[in-house]
Design a protein around this ligand. Structure first.
Ligand SMILES: *[C@@H]1O[C@H](CO)[C@@H](O)[C@H](O)[C@H]1NC(C)=O
Ligand SMILES: *[C@@H]1O[C@H](CO)[C@@H](O)[C@H](O)[C@H]1NC(C)=O
Ligand SMILES: *[C@@H]1O[C@H](CO)[C@@H](O)[C@H](O)[C@H]1NC(C)=O
Ligand SMILES: *[C@@H]1O[C@H](CO)[C@@H](O)[C@H](O)[C@H]1NC(C)=O
Length: 484
């Protein structure tokens, strides 16, 4: 067995040593001779047809453009702009089910979770998915606009979409299903537009450690990488990389959109510009969220509190991987984010003591929120609030609603998958504790919450579990119905 592993490693190394340089030489030749750039030129002209909005609207009667007034979003450069909305309705609408809103994640667009959308619609949900300013099929940023949208901007844009959908009453409460950054956009929305959501599916929102420990690196790397990618777009290299990277994921995205549309949107200049700017938007949303948790935000807690929160057992630890055919199974396996060898239970004396202390820390009134203080370790010499003068880009008179009372009003389900492989491999234990603790923060503040850990999945695998996301959304709807 041992010998076999060694032999396999030798074969792999030899293949890599011989094939690696050949591939590199081949790529350099393809670029130098102009073949690859020519192919890229040709591909991008095919993209323009596939991504043409008029064509798209003809093919997709469920999609439409919505005009957003200039004042909604300060990053619009002072002009109104068009965003693309995809609204799917069931054949027989189920009036028991709240509508679902999907704010997209970083570097994704309304196609990324289109299969989740379609499956939810088959179960009776009306689902609204949209691209923010600059993202996917929405208008690109104004050439002169350099200021990223703040949390306030994206929350107002989300509110505008939700209140301007034909056929959905303004008093209707929604379920939000935001993947990754999408769930942070929704949290910013809750801070500024309270009592609009009845259900909250937290699909592994960004851990607080990114604000405190990783922020500088995350922002700098993100912006630099997008800048470089924009410059080398002409070589055709990115299309190759994206095609290879997306290959295993394409079947998950279903066949509502074509492969050319899925990859083409990622090869346009607009994609790199928007992603580059949205790193700050994401941080701005998180900064606002932390302000609205106040003392309870994990960035504010000492190591002892963090340890206790990170050790609380999840409601379910789940092994699943739909595209690998691994069926859902409940396990005792711990996620790598957690501490120690034993789960702490909510009724353990140490936890009970902690919980009563923690409850007392909750902010109750908008006046309690400190809008001056940033929770993010922004790279210097950026001002303490890179977007606007206050946290989240809010104004001096914007009301920020504390999150603790808001979370009491919603049914909350949290899916957490950080297996600390790949880019997350070098995370310190402190950073991992932040990831686990943020789940506890929300579940302790809610009367109807469940936390699911996925010890074998990474953040990037999690959204791909379509059945899991659909069944948890159905569970939210069921719990909302029971509460009424
Ligand atoms: C950008 O700004 C310059 C000068 O401020 C102006 O001449 C130009 O028209 C602007 N471009 C757009 C697309 O607004
Ligand atoms: C991002 O939003 C999710 C969902 O609310 C939350 O769990 C997470 O803590 C947020 N991240 C930060 C850094 O605030
Ligand atoms: C926040 O800053 C403003 C001015 O920038 C100041 O007037 C106000 O007192 C500050 N509030 C707190 C709570 O520090
Ligand atoms: C908010 O700022 C405006 C100017 O930007 C100022 O006129 C107003 O007095 C401020 N309000 C408060 C409550 O500080």
């Amino acid at each position: 067995m041992r010998l076999f592993i060694i032999l396999k490693a030798i074969v792999r190394l030899t293949v890599a040593l011989i094939l690696g340089p050949i591939v590199v030489i081949f790529i350099i030749l393809a670029i130098a001779t102009g073949i690859a750039p020519l192919m890229e030129y040709y591909s991008s002209s095919l993209d323009s047809k596939a991504l043409d909005r008029d064509e798209l609207l003809k093919q997709h009667p469920e999609m439409f453009l919505m005009s957003i007034p200039a004042e909604v979003n300060a990053a619009s450069g002072g002009r109104p702009y068009m965003i693309m909305v995809r609204m799917t309705k069931p054949n027989t609408p189920n009036t028991d089910l709240p509508p679902v809103i999907f704010p997209g994640g970083l570097a994704s667009n309304l196609m990324t979770m289109s299969r989740h959308q379609d499956e939810l619609t088959k179960r009776g949900f009306t689902v609204v998915n949209f691209d923010r300013l600059g993202v996917g099929f929405s208008d690109a940023y104004d050439a002169n606009a350099t200021r990223p949208p703040s949390a306030l901007d994206v929350a107002k844009e989300m509110n505008y979409v939700m209140t301007h959908i034909d056929g959905i009453n303004e008093n209707t409460k929604w379920i939000q299903v935001g993947g990754s950054m999408g769930t942070n956009v929704s949290t910013a929305f809750v801070c500024l537009f309270p009592n609009q959501l009845c259900g909250f599916l937290n699909l592994d929102g960004l851990p607080h450690a990114f604000l405190k420990i990783q922020c500088k690196k995350f922002l700098k790397d993100g912006k630099d990488i997008m800048g470089v990618m924009k410059k080398i777009r002409w070589t055709g290299l990115l299309r190759l990389v994206f095609s290879l990277a997306l290959k295993p994921v394409l079947p998950i995205m279903g066949d509502t959109f074509t492969k050319r549309q899925l990859i083409g949107t990622m090869c346009r200049e607009q994609f790199f510009t928007a992603t580059g700017l949205e790193y700050i938007t994401l941080m701005s949303c998180c900064d606002l969220e932390c302000a609205a948790w106040g003392q309870q935000a994990t960035t504010e807690l000492d190591n002892d509190c963090l340890r206790i929160m990170a050790s609380l057992e999840p409601d379910e630890s789940v092994i699943v991987h739909e595209s690998k055919g691994i069926k859902r199974e409940i396990t005792q396996q711990r996620s790598k984010s957690e501490l120690g060898s034993r789960y702490m239970k909510r009724q353990d004396p140490e936890f009970v003591t902690f919980e009563s202390k923690f409850d007392a820390m909750a902010l109750r009134q908008p006046e309690d929120v400190d809008r001056n203080k940033t929770h993010c370790n922004w790279p210097q010499p950026t001002p303490s609030h890179p977007v606007g003068n206050y946290v989240g880009g809010v104004h001096n008179d914007t009301i920020i609603y504390p999150l603790a009372p808001q979370f009491k009003t919603m049914v909350v389900r949290i899916m957490c998958a950080r297996d600390y492989t790949g880019l997350e491999r070098d995370y310190t234990q402190e950073a991992r504790n932040h990831a686990a603790a943020r789940c506890t923060l929300q579940s302790l503040n809610c009367n109807n919450a469940k936390v699911y850990y996925y010890p074998d999945l990474s953040h990037l695998n999690l959204w791909q579990q379509v059945d899991e996301v659909v069944s948890i959304t159905l569970d939210i709807a069921r719990a909302v119905r029971e509460q009424c």
